[in-house]
Design a protein around this ligand. Sequence first.
Ligand code: DX5
Ligand code: ZN
Length: 225
Amino acid sequence: MQISPSILSADFSRLAEELRAIGNADWAHVDVMDNHFVPNLTLGLPVVEALLRVSPVPIDCHLMIEDPLRWAPPYAQAGAGSVTFHVEAAEAAGQDPLVVAREIRAAGARAGMALKPRTAWAPYEGLLPELDMVLVMTVEPGFGGQDFMADQLPKVAQVRAAISRRGGTGQIWVQVDGGVSADTIEACAEAGADVFVAGSAVYGAESAAAAVDRLRALVARHAGA
Ligand code: DX5
Ligand code: ZN
């Protein structure tokens, strides 16, 4: 069970301090948005390179950008421990998601593939051997602080079941992102998620570190369930 706070809800004028505040987390989730794949713009490779120099925890890059085959591998080469691309972005560019995942792994990171809420999982099950993580979005990507979409939990369960069918032993992770809080995280764990992204629930709290500990305590008892 891993907690990955999203710095989208952090103070962008103090990112180094904001990262140091979550040194008890497993990852720092960095949302890269290009204002094309999603209607919002955040940061890109030069800022991620700077964050990598100061982060106390490995960086989990969530790329909400077009043309992932071109842009995802450099984040891995820069040192991000996990790089997640959107399958919808790959397909819109005529790119094979399998090739994008292989390129991320070849560049040295764990390869994640994300699904927007309206994207079904079933067509992609065959990609599992090429993936280290599947990200099931529990909001429409683009903004922090949105309401959790409980109707995505069956998809989380489908992904978990597919991993189990293939004899997955915890090597392939299932991440949830969007609206994850103390109120919703246990339902995610029960459905089969094991990596939890939380932005506003962590950086909106009085103490980010205490919020991380609280979320972790809520899911700890679901470990291995
Ligand atoms: C949304 C981002 C999320 C976002 C989550 O597009 O991918 O990572 O920061 O924020 P909360 O936890 O506030 O929903
Ligand atoms: Zn994200």
